[in-house]
Design a protein around this ligand. Structure first.
Ligand code: PLP
Length: 261
């Protein structure tokens, strides 16, 4: 009998096209050698062209999935993604308040195609209920602007955005600067004391669907293995850079990142 791998739980939405959301999370976890489990918050009808429809699950179904997993199997790390509504944000935050496992919060707002994955009315619950549960929060620059009002246009702006997110209580924040112009994709990881800049070459590949989900899941996988936050984030950044390099066309729009074939 072999021993069980570390267990990681994703609390997120389903992407029927298999590129982002729960599907990207579980593929990342498989590739990184942890046991992936899921609490589905919403079902999207989605493909390479965007989100055609989204239906959130009742809070009771979210609570029941979470309890089923945590009370029997246990978790060494949790990742949250699309939470859809204020009610689900509050439900998930209430569940996470009771865990000792590290929590990676990807405060998903809007997809690359511009589809809203979180109601405007949920923003306040993300700030005051969800972010305080986070070991690491992973906003991109649009999410930093949405959550804090800080519009970052350069590295100094990223620093101000990171400080504003930390005010809400996550232990660490990883501000993803991939949308800034320049030759490198630059992210800032900080806990308010330490500051680490992570730089990767900008990749020409446009098939990047699921990048954010993949990065957050890779961080959670590293934390579940017992890595500290800077190590888990640096390893995850390498993983996602490789996954984007190998991203492939699918359908007639934006294809997914690749988790290794
Ligand atoms: N669909 C779901 C269910 C997601 O959770 C996310 C991102 O978190 C997306 C779509 C957006 O993916 P992308 O912006 O990488 O295209």
């Amino acid at each position: 009998m072999t021993s069980a791998p570390p267990r990681v739980l994703t609390v997120a939405g389903s992407d029927s096209g298999g590129g982002a959301g729960i599907q990207a999370d579980l593929k990342t976890m498989l590739a990184l050698g942890v046991h992936g489990m899921s609490v589905i918050t919403a079902v999207t009808a989605q493909n390479s062209l965007g989100v055609q429809g989204a239906w959130e699950l009742p809070a009771e179904a979210v609570r029941a999935q979470y309890r089923a997993v945590v009370d029997d199997i246990g978790v060494q790390a949790v990742k949250t993604g699309m939470l859809a509504s204020a009610e689900l944000v509050r439900t998930v935050a209430g569940l996470l308040a009771g865990t000792d496992a590290p929590v990676v919060v990807d405060p998903v707002g809007v997809s690359k195609h511009g589809d809203a994955l979180l109601a405007e009315s949920a923003l306040d619950s993300v700030r005051t209920r969800l972010l305080p549960c986070a070991t690491v929060a992973t906003p991109n620059l649009d999410e930093v602007a949405q959550l804090t009002g800080v519009v970052a246009e350069d590295e100094d702006g990223m620093r101000r955005g990171a400080a504003a997110v930390l005010e809400y209580g996550p232990r660490w924040v990883l501000v993803k600067g991939g949308h800034l112009p320049g030759d490198a994709a630059v992210d800032l990881l900080t806990d308010g004391t330490e500051e680490r800049w992570l730089r990767a070459p900008r990749l020409a590949n446009r098939h990047t669907h699921g990048t954010g989900c993949t990065l957050a899941s890779a961080i959670a996988s590293g934390l579940a293995k017992g890595h500290d936050v800077p190590t888990a984030v640096a390893t995850a950044k390498k993983y996602v850079t490789g996954a984007i390099t190998a991203g492939f066309p699918l359908g007639s729009g934006i294809g997914p990142v690749d988790h290794g074939r």
